[in-house]
Write a protein that binds this ligand. Structure first.
Ligand code: ADP
Ligand code: MG
Length: 290
C-alpha cells in the first residue's frame, strides 16, 4: 500500500501559544488504513488534524516547522481549494458544520462550490448518500435528524468532494451510544469496502480498538505511542499516566488476570466484550476468583 499522508519533523506553535502545540511529529499513513488518534484534552489532536487538512498554516498562523503532504500535495504550498478534493474533515459538533437546510443541499454544497456540473453533482449526491446508508434521508430537513444521522450527512457532504482521506475530529463525542455505533459502522464500511483512508480522533477507545488498524497516542504535543490496538492497550500504565483511556474490558481483564497470577497471559488479553467471554467462561469453569 502506498503512503497517502506523510508528516515529517512537524512542530507547531500557535501565534498566541506559549508552548508548542506539536513537537517533532513523524507519521505516515498508508492508503486504505484506518488510524485512530487519542490522548487527553489539549494533547494536540485537533492541531495535528489541522496540519493535515491545511487549517494550519492557511487559517492559523504561527511557528511551523517540518512538512506535511497528502496524496503528494504539500499542504503549506497548496490552496484550500486544491486540498478539498484530497482531504475532507468532519468535526465534533454536527450542528456547527452544517450550512444547509436539507440533506440534499448539504451534500451538494461542496461540489457546487467547486463548479462541478449538475449531472455530475447528482451522481455524487447519490453515491455519497448510498455509501453512508442514508439515501432515504435525502429529502429530509437536517434539523429533524438524530445526532448519528446528522454526522452521517456530514460525512456524505465530505465524500461528495471525492477525497482520498477522511479526517474526523471526535465525531461521536456529542452522540449517544446508538449514534456512535452508526457513525463508527459507516466509517468502517467506507474504509473496508470503498477503501477510503480514515484518520479519526476519538476518546472512545473501545470503539477505536474495534475499528482502527493502528492507534496513535498524543501527549503534550508529542506522539508517545503508536501501533496495533493490542500493543497500545498493553501499555495501559502509560496510557493512564498521560490521561488517555484504556478500554474498560481490557482494564478489567488486566486486573482479573493479575489477581489470578496469570499476568503472563496478558498477550492473550481480550480487548472487546466478545473476546472476553471465552476467557471469563474458562475462569468461572475453574472455580472463579477465590
Ligand atoms: N488557536 C489557538 N491559539 C493558541 N493556542 C491554541 C489554539 N488552539 C489550541 N491551542 C493550544 O494548543 C494545544 C493543543 O490543543 P488541541 O490541538 O486543541 O488539543 P486537543 O485537540 O488534543 O484537545 C493546547 O495547549 C491548546 O491550548
Ligand atoms: Mg480537539
Amino acid at each position: 500500500m502506498s503512503e497517502i499522508v506523510k508528516v515529517e519533523n512537524l512542530s507547531f506553535r500557535y501565534k498566541r501559544g506559549t508552548t508548542p502545540a506539536l513537537t517533532d511529529i513523524n507519521l505516515s499513513v498508508r492508503a486504505g488504513e484506518f488510524v485512530g488518534i487519542t490522548g487527553a484534552a489539549g494533547a494536540g489532536k485537533t492541531t495535528l488534524l489541522s496540519c493535515i487538512n491545511g487549517v494550519v498554516p492557511h487559517y492559523y498562523s504561527g511557528d511551523l516547522q517540518g512538512q506535511v503532504t497528502v496524496n503528494g500535495l504539500d499542504i503549506a504550498t497548496s490552496t484550500f481549494r486544491d486540498l478539498a478534493s484530497h482531504v475532507g474533515t468532519v468535526f465534533e459538533d454536527p450542528d456547527f458544520q452544517m450550512v444547509s437546510i436539507s440533506v440534499e443541499e448539504e451534500v451538494a454544497f461542496g461540489p457546487e462550490n467547486l463548479g462541478i456540473p449538475p449531472d455530475e453533482i447528482e451522481v455524487r449526491i447519490q453515491d455519497a448518500l448510498q455509501k453512508t446508508r442514508i439515501s432515504d434521508l435525502r429529502e429530509r430537513t437536517i434539523s429533524t435528524l438524530s445526532g448519528g444521522q446528522k454526522q452521517r450527512v456530514a460525512i456524505s457532504a465530505v465524500l461528495s468532494m471525492l477525497p482520498r482521506v477522511l479526517l474526523l475530529d471526535e465525531p461521536t463525542s456529542e452522540l449517544d451510544p446508538i449514534g456512535t455505533h452508526e457513525v463508527f459502522s459507516a466509517l468502517r464500511e467506507l474504509n473496508r469496502q470503498v477503501g477510503i483512508t480514515v484518520v479519526m480522533v476519538s476518546q472512545k477507545m473501545e470503539r477505536l480498538v474495534e475499528n482502527a488498524d493502528r492507534i496513535l497516542v498524543l501527549s503534550e504535543g508529542r506522539l508517545i505511542l503508536g501501533g496495533p490496538p493490542r500493543e497500545v492497550c498493553l501499555q495501559h500504565d502509560l496510557l493512564e499516566q498521560v490521561g488517555a483511556r484504556v478500554p474498560q474490558v481490557a482494564e478489567f481483564m488486566i486486573s482479573l488476570l493479575s489477581r489470578l497470577n496469570r499476568s503472563r497471559q496478558r498477550d492473550l488479553m481480550p480487548l472487546t466484550v466478545e473476546g472476553a467471554v471465552p476467557m471469563l467462561r474458562e475462569i468461572l469453569d475453574k472455580g472463579g476468583v477465590a
